[in-house]
Ligand binder design. Structure first.
Ligand code: ZN
Length: 322
C-alpha cells in the first residue's frame, strides 16, 4: 500500500532560470529580418502555432537554441498592435558583452531603430529600444560572468553578440502578490531593489535567470496584440521536476494546465496573480529532435498530427524570404 509523507515532499519548484519568451508579431518576414539580420539571432525553428496551424511559430536563439536564449513569435500579418503595460511581461532583456552598447546604438540607428540613451540599472548599462512591432527590448552589459556564446553573424563579432537572455521585467500594479509566488513556491529570492523595481533570481544565479518586478504608475494596463509578450517560460530540468512543479502549484490552488507536448519541450501553464501567463518548460528534448543542428530553422517542421495536412498548411503560410 502506498503512503505519502507530506513532509518528505519538496514544496519548492526546481527552476533553473528563463527558458523562453513568446511574443506576438505582425508581418512574419519583417520579424525574421529584424531578429536574424539586425540582432543576429539564429532562426532555430520554423513551425506553426499548434493551436492554429495557419499561423507560424518562429523561434530564435543562439546556435543550438539553448534554453534561456529562445525568443519565439506568433506572427499574424495585419494584426493590430497591442500596448505593452502592466499585467504583462513588459520588457525582454538580452545579455551582451561589456563595452558593446556603442556598437549596438550605431547598428540599430543604421537599421532605422532609434534606441534610448543607455541608463544605469543595478550597476549594469541598459540600452532600450523596440522591435518593428513595438516590442520592448533591452540590451544589458553586466560585469557578471556570462560564458554563453553568441550565434556567429557576419556583421556582429563575438565581442558584441547577443549571448541569451539577461532578464525579463514584469510590470504589475502592486508587487507583493507576484513576489510571494516567486519567493515562495517558485524558489526565487530578491537580490536588488531600487524605487519601483526589485530583482529576483533563482538557484543558478546570473544572466538568464533574472525576473524584475516593476511598479510604474505611468504604465497603462497592457493590451494583447502585436508587439506584446504572450507568456514567459521558466526552465525545469526534466519531466519529473515538471510533474513535481505541477503537483506543488496545483496543491496551492493554482489552475495549472495539463502537460502539453510542444515537440521541443514539454509545458505546463498557469497565470500569476497579476495576470502574466507563466509556463514551465523542460530542457528536453530540445530543438534537434526533428532536424539536424546544421539545418535548424530551414524547413517547416510540423507536429506529427499535422503532417497529413502539410500541403494545405504550406500553401496558406506566407514566404519568409524577401
Ligand atoms: Zn511557451
Amino acid at each position: 500500500m502506498l503512503s505519502v509523507n507530506p513532509s518528505a515532499l519538496s514544496s519548492t519548484l526546481t527552476l533553473t532560470g528563463l527558458h523562453h519568451v513568446t511574443a506576438i508579431a505582425g508581418d512574419p518576414r519583417r520579424n525574421v529580418d529584424f531578429y536574424t539580420r539586425v540582432l543576429g539571432l539564429r532562426l532555430i525553428k520554423r513551425s506553426v502555432n499548434f493551436d492554429d496551424p495557419s499561423t507560424y511559430h518562429l523561434y530564435y536563439g543562439d546556435s543550438v537554441g539553448t534554453p534561456g536564449s529562445v525568443l519565439t513569435f506568433f506572427p499574424w500579418a495585419g494584426i493590430r498592435r497591442g500596448r505593452p503595460g502592466h499585467g504583462q511581461a513588459y520588457a525582454t532583456a538580452f545579455s551582451v558583452p561589456a563595452g558593446s552598447l556603442p556598437f549596438w546604438t550605431t547598428r540599430l540607428l543604421a537599421h532605422g531603430v532609434a534606441p534610448a540613451t543607455p541608463i544605469d540599472r543595478f550597476g549594469d548599462k541598459v540600452l532600450g529600444f523596440t522591435d518593428p512591432d513595438g516590442l520592448v527590448l533591452e540590451l544589458v552589459t553586466t560585469s557578471e560572468p556570462d560564458t554563453r556564446t553568441a550565434h556567429a553573424h557576419p556583421e556582429i563579432s563575438a565581442a558584441h553578440g547577443i549571448r541569451g537572455f539577461h532578464s525579463v521585467t514584469l510590470a504589475v500594479t502592486s508587487a507583493a502578490p507576484t513576489a510571494a509566488l516567486l519567493t515562495g513556491p517558485m524558489g526565487y529570492r530578491a537580490t536588488q531593489s531600487s524605487p519601483g523595481r526589485t530583482r529576483y533570481t533563482v538557484a543558478a544565479a546570473g544572466p538568464g535567470s533574472y525576473i524584475d518586478l516593476l511598479v510604474d504608475s505611468a504604465l497603462l494596463r497592457g493590451l494583447a496584440g502585436a508587439g506584446t509578450v504572450h507568456h514567459l517560460a521558466f526552465r525545469t530540468p526534466n519531466d519529473t521536476t515538471q510533474s513535481e512543479a505541477r503537483r506543488i502549484l496545483s496543491g496551492l490552488g493554482h489552475h495549472v494546465s495539463p502537460v502539453m507536448d510542444r515537440n521541443y519541450f514539454h509545458s505546463i501553464y498557469y497565470r500569476e496573480p497579476k495576470g502574466v501567463l507563466f509556463e514551465i518548460a523542460t530542457d528536453n528534448p530540445g530543438f534537434t529532435v526533428d532536424e539536424p543542428l546544421a539545418t535548424l530553422g530551414t524547413a517547416l517542421k510540423l507536429p506529427a498530427h499535422y503532417e497529413s495536412q502539410r500541403a494545405k498548411i504550406e500553401a496558406h503560410l506566407p514566404s519568409l524570404t524577401p
